[in-house]
Design a protein around this ligand. Structure first.
Ligand SMILES: COc1ccc([C@H]2[C@H](O)[C@H](O)[C@H](C)N2C)cc1
Length: 448
């Protein structure tokens, strides 16, 4: 291995209570909200086909025009209690809010910048009421923070000369001050979700990112921060130059999921997902495929079955309301979660061989294994293949609490026959299993 000062400082996952809590929550809501919601992907009658929150980078969007938008930001319909109630009914257990996206506009009245909510007609802090409302609804809040800051005069993508280096140093202090300010103003937050850390100016100063992470942990012990913050001294990101994960969980799964348990290398991880193909901030005209409730549920269940968290993104409008599609998704997901959420919360990799009908999820540290069925076979019979020396002693569908009698079909395989009625939502079955050492004679004797 390569000797590293600023690589990973830990092998294996964090085992403390704060990380166990993050791991147990499994389902989060991302919220991208800021000035980009005003144009909503459109400018002067033309549509920006990229991500709406990147419109400032669009050549048809004059920077000075974008930078005046704060003068009209006035979310008169913003109702944080409604936001929190919607998230709670959807079944989200944590929320990640953009405190400052790449454009540098701060949703809180930072004393280190003039480009904040205080300069808008709304004037008031948006983060405080939001965090309070979500916490009151029993939902943890994490703060998204972009290192890239297109508004700050000292931001440099790369440091080419002494002047750049001096600006870079001022900018690093600005970042450190704003993050400390956020922790001081919002002490109940549980973590930072860093973004915008791919430029050379950041990548080439692994020492700073390492010291910053340790500084933030010292201010707020237990803080959960993913792998996007750090670079090691050789410019490696997410995984250090010895291939070891930096940060508390792998944070690279953006609009994509791992395929198998091998893909996550035993690390904690989180996937973040947009509803349309690639829009985080509000875009007036979604084009392309808009994901359905069942598609989102499958991504959530697949993530949990592979030991990960899943975060669904919402992009509120400039006035503070959510678009109909997002309201309907939240309601549809929540309906399923009300009955089946127990298979998601505290869910972990079951250690069973994946079957075609869907996903196994083990309730952390227990013998309770859930089957979440997305593909009901034409036979209506689900093949359940258990690890060697494991016996299936019972099964029940959560919906209607219907008991299913396993039909043993040899060694450690069983059929579960679903009752005739069809359904258009994933079916969750709770399995009761016993493992070799403490099982009765049962079927293994016959099979010998
Ligand atoms: C260059 O490709 C990018 C860069 C940044 C992103 C940002 C999005 O604006 C959004 O904030 C997402 C979470 N983040 C990775 C996405 C793709």
């Amino acid at each position: 291995t390569i000797a590293l000062q600023h690589g990973a400082h830990r092998t294996g996952n964090r085992t403390d209570a704060d990380m166990a809590r993050w791991r147990s929550l499994r389902f989060g809501q991302f919220i991208h909200w800021g000035l980009y919601a005003i144009p909503g992907g459109e400018w002067n009658g033309k549509t920006y086909n990229g991500a709406a929150e990147w419109i400032r980078s669009w050549k048809e969007m004059p920077h000075e025009e974008y930078d005046k938008l704060y003068r009209q930001f006035n979310p008169v319909n913003f109702n944080p209690q409604q936001w929190a109630a919607q998230a709670k009914s959807m079944g989200a257990k944590y929320m990640i809010i953009t405190t400052k996206h790449h454009d540098g506009f701060c949703l809180w009245p930072s004393k280190y910048s003039k480009y904040t909510i205080a300069a808008t007609p709304w004037k008031k802090d948006l983060l405080g009421p939001m965090i309070d409302a979500y916490n009151k609804a029993g939902i943890d809040v994490h703060l998204y923070f972009s290192i890239i800051d297109w508004n700050h005069p000292d931001y440099r993508a790369s440091l080419k000369n002494a002047a750049d280096s001096a600006a870079g140093k001022r900018f690093q202090l600005f970042v450190k001050n704003q993050l400390a300010e956020l922790l001081q103003r919002y002490p109940t937050i549980k973590g930072f979700w860093f973004d915008g850390t791919w430029d050379d100016s950041w990548k080439n100063d692994g020492a700073f990112s390492d010291e910053l992470e340790q500084y933030l942990q010292s201010l707020h012990p237990g803080l959960v921060m993913g792998s996007r913050l750090r670079a090691d001294e050789k410019g490696a990101r997410h995984f250090d130059s010895n291939g070891r994960l930096m940060g508390d969980y792998e944070q690279g799964w953006e609009r994509k999921l791992p395929a198998t348990i091998e893909d996550v290398h035993g690390n904690d991880w989180e996937a973040v997902m947009t509803v349309p193909e690639n829009q985080w901030g509000y875009h007036a005209k979604w084009t392309g495929h808009v994901k359905t409730v069942n598609e989102i549920l499958e991504m959530l269940v697949k993530s949990v079955s592979l030991n990960g968290n899943f975060v669904l993104n919402f992009g509120p409008k400039a006035d503070g309301t959510f678009r109909t599609e997002e309201q309907q998704l939240a309601a549809g997901i929540g309906q399923w979660m009300k009955v089946n959420g127990e298979a998601v919360y505290n869910g972990t990799y079951a250690g069973f061989e994946k079957q075609d009908w869907g996903y196994y999820i083990r309730k952390a540290g227990t013998d309770s294994v859930y089957m979440v069925v997305f593909n009901i076979p034409v036979s209506g019979s689900l093949r359940v293949k258990l690890p060697a020396r494991t016996e299936l002693t019972g099964a029940s569908m959560l919906l209607g609490n219907t008991t299913l009698t396993p039909e043993w079909i040899g060694r450690n395989e069983y059929f579960l026959h679903l009752p005739g009625k069809t359904t258009d939502s994933p079916v969750v079955i709770l399995l009761k299993t016993v493992t070799g050492e403490n099982k009765d004679k049962g079927n293994f004797e016959k099979a010998k």
